[in-house]
Design a binder for this molecule. Structure first.
Ligand SMILES: NC(=O)c1ccc[n+]([C@@H]2O[C@H](COP(=O)([O-])OP(=O)(O)OC[C@H]3O[C@@H](n4cnc5c(N)ncnc54)[C@H](O)[C@@H]3O)[C@@H](O)[C@H]2O)c1
Length: 355
């Protein structure tokens, strides 16, 4: 058995630097062999800051390295499928950031290649490693809520369009806006917690109302602001709404990178016949139940581990064991199917039947 799993990080931007790289560096069973970025200074900075690895500009230069076991794909969405497929075809396991891809057809190719090559392909739907999310999953599967018949997800911000005019707001680079960028996490979380119900019908509308023209969009601060470009492209959704009937609960949602309401909120409500849960996204939760003629409100406290780190550590464990994990593309693709149907429904202004 190998002493250390050797990895490459492809794309050394925000999520690589804040999540993937520190997690690999903290894992004594892993070693970063390459940092790759088309902006050479970013790969070189990663080498310098972490005191390991070699900087490369073109990921194709390392595809044939027999020592390399696995890669993190942390580029923007347009390259997820291309780079993941190339590495899997060269015998490497892949942890690819969310969303799996820009459109369902790309995600389906990734799934097919993963199973054809027998390489692990995990998607960065990191909430599956949240302690709170897993406790909610246990409460639901343990029957504490009774029948969960409706789940409502809210991922609404006031003025939070990322990197206006850059990759995030350009359809060709991202495949969509608020739904594919934020909604992917919420829909995947609901799928995971509710036991992966199959979607039956999807109805949605995606709006692009506030971000364009770019020069007229008012904001106080902007994340991913290094890409802010007033002459760039804005052709994605800045808010979205939808209703999904599944073999389990009905899922409804409202999402917005930007809307003219200040406190829309980021949470998920699970409504059951015996109880309910209000989950503050990326935080804890409140459980509403009843017992002995009393209504009970419980806000449990527990230690929460850092979910991105747990996700990366589990990926390394699975690479070593050659074992698929809870983020496997076969699970994550369900969310790609739903999101594609929301966009298709929005375009046709009709409900889409999936099963
Ligand atoms: N899981 C999460 O919570 C989370 C959070 C943020 C971003 N993300 C995802 O991570 C991905 C990257 O987002 P980001 O915010 O880090 O973007 P970013 O722009 O900060 O970083 C992307 C990097 O990839 C590099 N790159 C682009 N094409 C490349 C190529 N062909 N080869 C090598 N490098 C290339 C860019 O130069 C850039 O440095 C997106 O898909 C995004 O959806 C996930």
């Amino acid at each position: 058995m190998k002493d250390k799993i050797k990895v490459a990080v492809i794309g050394c931007g925000n999520i690589a630097t804040s999540a993937h790289i520190p997690a690999y560096v903290s894992d004594p069973t892993a070693e970063i062999k390459y940092f790759c970025d088309i902006i050479p200074e970013r790969a070189e900075a990663a080498v310098k800051n972490n005191g390991c690895g070699k900087a490369v500009v073109d990921y194709k230069d390392i595809l044939d390295d027999p020592e390399l076991d696995a890669v993190s794909v942390c580029t923007h969405n347009d390259m997820h499928s291309v780079i993941s497929i190339d590495f899997m075809r060269h015998g490497k396991d892949v942890l690819c950031e969310k969303p799996a891809a820009r459109v369902l057809s790309e995600a389906e190719r990734m799934l097919a290649v993963s199973y054809e090559t027998d390489r692990i392909l995990s998607i960065g739907v990191c909430n599956r490693y949240s302690d709170a999310v897993n406790k909610i999953k246990d409460l639901i599967s343990g029957g504490v809520l009774g029948e969960v018949y409706h789940v409502y997800a809210s991922f609404r911000a006031y003025r939070s369009i990322p990197g206006l005019g850059g990759d995030f707001t350009t359809f060709a680079a991202s495949g969509g806006g608020s739904l594919i960028d934020w909604g992917v996490h919420y829909l995947d979380l609901v799928e995971y917690v509710c036991g992966s119900p199959d979607p039956l019908t999807v109805s949605g509308e995606a709006f692009s109302k506030l971000g364009s023209p770019i020069k007229d969009y008012l904001f106080t601060h902007m994340w991913a602001s290094q890409d802010y470009n007033v002459n760039g492209t804005y052709d994605v959704d800045d808010s979205v709404t939808g209703l999904i009937r599944t073999t389990g609960p009905v899922i409804s949602f409202n999402g917005a990178w930007a809307e003219n309401i200040k406190d829309g909120g980021t949470f998920i409500d699970f409504m059951g016949t015996k109880g309910g849960i209000h989950h503050d996204y990326c935080g804890g939760f409140t459980l509403y139940t009843q017992k002995d003629g009393m209504l009970l409100t419980t806000t449990p406290e527990f230690r929460m581990k850092e979910m991105h780190r747990e996700e990366v550590l589990d990926f390394i464990r699975c690479v070593r064991a050659h074992e698929r994990n809870r983020n496997d593309i076969a699970e994550a693709i369900k969310t790609s199917r739903i999101m594609q149907a929301v966009y298709d429904s929005s375009e046709s202004h009709r409900e889409i039947t999936l099963a």
